[in-house]
Design a binder for this molecule. Structure first.
Ligand code: UN1
Length: 518
């Protein structure tokens, strides 16, 4: 069937990235693994991309020991020189942008443009971290005591545990890894078991940079393995002072509890339920394009995906109709091919979850406006392709209050801005949000203290596609963590307050006299 012939060479892509038929899943400077084998199949057509021999409990122990050893030297390596290593990693990522972007697409199914976009995020955060390596600033304070000096400094923290999700299999690791590296930490990455080859490829890229510079590659270690073997060990491990995790709220609660019990720290980036308020004063054409990217992009599998449209009654019907037309013409198919805008969902399980959600919508009284079906036929033989769905609902529905990781968009009507903001905030999650309006009073209200309660709030742009320069994360059940830009780096270091007495007396603070009789 020539129409289905691939225009790209999977074998060549994998080869250039150093992916073998069977790969080791643990890395601490050397590749090894003694756990069970796990296969990675492409959601595009079910093709076997490669296998991984996962890490077992002993392998994990070995990785932690070597990451701890690497930390001891790395923390004493000057921060700007750590930045130089990260600069070289950024250069290397530029060389592999196309291949690594393709592997992201092959392994999790987002379209190639987005796969490459993800690698661009890695490059951007590497550049950001290089600059940061000379700006890990602390404050100086004025002491209340004469001839005393006070300041604070930021020290490397230790081994950072990075737990990443399938939907951003390389970028989110890089947000953490590039910052942690300039902060002087070593790290252990546990990627999603759905995207192990992406993690192997990234680790091979950084391995070469460390080796070239005669530095221990264990600074960026890897353990691929199931939660019960590896994840549980990591979150309960006192040698890991910080766990940075991306995933579902359910998973975040487990991690938060386990790490909290040992008084460790977490950066949690969990579920979103992101809405766009579309005002009657919006540029509807712009709103339409933003909604389409936000809801259909990555097949609705971003934590920032647009899940709810809160539309003003006066434009509700028009927007819904226009969007319905746009949804119908979204090219769905092989995400590697030019022109495709929506690829498959990550696996059959995700398709099942989406279909169950569609049923729940109907059961609760919602109306399916379009989509929500499984595509069949030769081009869709992996069974992972669906049509994106729009549904008319009430915000209070149980299904609407939950995050479904699939392209389902809920339509909700409002009359006043206060009502819109109340609906907007009336969900358990608080990641990303946006308003489309050309009225400044409306946009400022949305951004004010009584406006959006999310970690990210935008005006006239969608909910997804954040730049790396800002702090990324959200409130409420999204977990409260912040990654990536702004001053997120502080979470990867420990703060120390220093007071230096350069007098010949010993005055106490708060004016306390505590004389010793001679
Ligand atoms: C995620 O889905 O976990 O803002 C991260 C965005 C991307 C990152 C999403 N830059 O959509």
């Amino acid at each position: 069937m020539p129409a289905l012939a691939k225009t790209y060479d999977v074998k060549a892509i994998l080869e250039r990235l150093g992916i073998e038929k069977v790969n080791y899943g643990a890395f601490d400077g050397e590749w090894f693994g003694n756990g069970s084998k796990s296969a990675s199949y492409s959601p595009i057509d079910g093709e076997l991309l490669g296998e991984v021999i996962q890490a077992n409990a002993e392998d994990y122990e070995r990785v932690v020991k070597n990451a701890a050893k690497a930390f001891e030297m790395w923390r004493m390596y000057p921060a700007p020189r750590r930045g130089e290593i990260v600069r070289q990693i950024g250069e290397e990522l530029r060389k592999y942008k196309d291949d690594l972007g393709a592997l992201v697409t092959l392994e999790m199914g987002k379209i190639y443009a987005e796969g490459k976009g993800e690698v661009q995020e890695m490059i951007d955060i590497a550049d950001f971290a290089v600059g940061l390596s000379r700006q890990l600033y602390g404050l100086t304070m004025h002491s209340e005591r004469p001839l005393h000096r006070m300041y604070e400094q930021w020290h490397p923290m230790g081994i950072i545990g990075i737990i990443s999700a399938f939907n951003f299999p390389v970028a989110v690791w890089a947000w953490n890894a590039m910052l942690a590296a300039v902060c002087g930490d070593s790290m252990i990455w546990k990627p999603s078991h759905k995207t192990p080859l992406c993690a192997v490829a990234c680790t091979k890229i950084v391995q070469r940079v460390f080796e070239r510079n005669n530095l221990p590659p264990a600074i960026m270690s890897l353990v691929i393995g199931r939660g019960a073997d590896i994840g549980d060990r990591m979150i309960n491990d006192k040698r890991i002072p910080l766990i940075s995790a991306t995933g579902s709220t359910k998973m975040g609660i487990t991690i938060g509890e386990a790490v909290g019990r040992r008084l460790g720290r977490t950066i949690l980036e969990l579920g979103g339920n992101n809405a766009i308020i579309v005002s009657d004063k919006a540029d509807l054409d712009m709103a339409l394009r933003a909604i389409l990217f936000g809801s259909v992009g990555t097949a609705g599998q971003r934590c920032t995906s647009t899940r709810r449209i809160i539309a003003h009654a006066d434009i509700y019907d028009q927007l819904l109709n226009d969007l319905k037309e746009a949804y119908k013409s979204v090219p769905i198919g092989d995400p590697m091919e030019d022109g495709t805008l929506m690829g498959p969902l990550v696996d059959n399980e995700a398709v099942k979850t989406m279909m169950e959600a569609v049923e729940s919508i109907k059961k609760e009284g919602g109306e399916i406006v379009c989509g929500g079906e499984i595509l069949t036929g030769d081009a869709y033989k992996s069974g992972n392709y669906v049509t994106p769905c729009i549904a008319k609902v009430e915000n209070s529905y149980k299904i609407v209050q939950n995050e479904t990781f699939a392209p389902i968009l809920y339509f909700i009507k409002y009359n006043t801005l206060d009502e819109a903001i109340a609906l907007h905030n009336d969900v358990p999650q608080g990641l990303s949000s946006s308003i489309f309006t050309t009225n400044m009073l409306e946009s400022e209200t949305f951004l004010s203290a009584k406006g959006s309660d999310c970690g990210i709030a935008n005006v006239n742009i969608g909910t997804s596609g954040a730049e790396i320069g800002g702090a990324f994360g959200g409130e409420k059940e999204t977990g409260g963590g912040r990654e990536s830009g702004s001053d997120s780096w502080r979470a990867y270091m420990r703060r120390q307050t220093n007071t230096m007495n350069w007098s010949t007396e010993l005055p106490l603070a708060q004016g306390i006299q505590f004389g010793v009789k001679k």
